[in-house]
Ligand binder design. Structure first.
Ligand code: NAI
Length: 253
């Protein structure tokens, strides 16, 4: 399964200790690189990959560390080659309107969600341009495309990721390098669950949320991983600068 579209190629996935990143690593990185700031979770992901065979490795990486990201990408490219970079690591925040969001929350969310993606692209692009191949997939969000109340800082960063991806695609296209984003709706991960935990009645809040989706359920990390695998594969060889929405129909209802 993991290598179906990606056999023999190396993908580096950030934030791969859990959730969407872990599912993506399982899907893509059977011969690739699992990274995360969470060493324990990263090793768990690696163990899952090793169970399925393959020759992957785990590297501890905080995406906000520009120098560390550059070093990691350069080492991976030199040792294994670098065919795909999935900038998945991201964080949410407590629900808060614009005027209720404190400066430190805003800074932290921008650091991880925006600068983390920037750092990854900044590190990978010179290598991919020089080799005249490679693909970047950035994990944005539906929150980057539509207005979501009390997700102000998060939506600011995810909207930025969607448009930054277009710019990267335009700059890198002439070198044979593609860049796309995925824009998932609500996905069942720790980050998703945290959204309900803050509510008075989490079960009711969850049921209300599910009811708003035409498919009447929330998404699964594996469904996002499949979309990322598509965008990273040659099957998407003419797709670049795109923001692929995976939201069970939420945004068109
Ligand atoms: P998660 O919380 O389950 O996993 C996020 C992973 O990123 C964790 O392993 C965490 O350790 C890692 N991480 C956090 N900060 C990091 C840093 N500075 N450097 C490296 N790794 C770091 O979250 P989930 O849901 O899997 O989210 C993955 C991506 O998908 C994020 O960018 C998120 O914004 C996005 N997303 C999630 C949705 C959801 O409903 N779960 C919906 C739309 C987008």
């Amino acid at each position: 399964m993991a290598g179906r579209r990606f056999e023999g190629r190396t993908a580096l996935v950030t934030g791969a200790a859990a959730g969407i990143g872990r599912a993506t690593a399982k899907r893509l990185a059977s011969d690739g690189v699992v990274t995360d700031v969470d060493g324990e979770g990263g090793e768990e992901t690696l163990a899952l990959l090793e169970n399925e065979g393959g020759n992957s490795e785990f590297r501890e990486l905080d995406v906000t560390d520009a120098g560390g990201f550059e070093e990691c990408v350069e080492e991976v490219a030199a040792e294994r080659g670098l065919d795909a970079l999935v900038n998945n690591a991201g964080i949410g925040h407590e629900t808060a309107a614009v005027e209720e969001t404190d400066r430190s929350t805003l800074d932290r969310v921008i650091d991880v969600n925006c600068k983390g993606v920037w750092n990854g692209c900044r590190a990978a692009l010179p290598i991919m341009k020089a080799q005249e191949s490679g693909v970047i997939v950035n994990v944005a969000s539906l929150a980057g495309l539509i207005g979501l109340p009390k997700q102000a800082a998060y939506s600011l960063t995810k909207g930025a990721v969607v448009n930054f991806t277009r710019t990267v695609a335009v700059e890198a296209g002439p070198y044979g390098v593609r860049a796309n984003a995925v824009c998932p709706g609500f996905i069942e991960t720790a980050l998703g669950e945290a959204f309900f935990e803050g509510r008075d009645d989490p079960e009711k809040a969850r049921a209300r949320m599910e009811a708003q989706y035409p498919l009447k359920r929330l998404g699964r990390p594996e469904e996002v991983a499949d979309a990322i695998a598509y965008l990273a594969s040659d099957e998407a060889s003419y797709v670049t600068g795109h923001g692929l929405v995976l939201d069970g129909g939420y945004s068109i209802a």
